[in-house]
Design a protein around this ligand. Sequence first.
Ligand SMILES: [Ca+2]
Length: 247
Amino acid sequence: MATYSFNTTNAEIAFKNALRVTSLTPELSKTAALVTTSVLIDGWTPRQVAWQMFDVTKDTTSVALAAYQFYTGATPTAAGLDWLVNSPANFTDLNDGYYRRFSLENRYINFSANLGLAGEGRDFFAANYKNMTFAKAVEKAYDVIIGFQYASNAGIEPGDAINDIISRETYFKDYAAQRMPIYDPDLAAKAAMVGYIMAEAIKAEVGLYARSIENFYLDMSDGTAEHRVNLIAVYGPDSRIDDLGWG
Ligand SMILES: [Ca+2]
């Protein structure tokens, strides 16, 4: 079993490790300095630092983590994560100009479509989401990404959220028709829906994926974490690292 290690007393290092960058923007440097000060002076816990790491990675590293977990059942390798998030060899990574045009939601939808319709997760997605209504697919994806049990434990009533997503079916179908016309329209709309749920979960910082990714960043704060693992099993609720609490 792995021994988890973390470093949350220097938020600059922790941010760089989570963001997969070698230098921070001036704005992020300032944020990191404030977090470090809060640890030293106000006694911020590792969990509080992890929230900050989670906040600054919502539209980059977390996009890759969530999408790969959903479609391949595991996070990317360390090299894969660098390639997807920030790599001099990849001109369309999540830090490049190509993605700057994308809203947070569209980043998740784009990754979802790439993996679920064309890439590594294509067979999995067709096998598991093709033969069901859109509404059933919403329920299923919600359970995977947020978790009915998790929502219930957190006092969240998932019915409203699920009905809201189901009511957007036309939007997802239009989105798929406009942006992914070469793919099966049913699966393309469902892939857009999956991306949307991931984006909402990360934005609201709620559910299985959000909690697991937060724990991943804690472990990543010192530059070491487990890669190419099932995010939920290794970093999810009631995993060893989660049980440590960290404030
Ligand atoms: Ca670590």
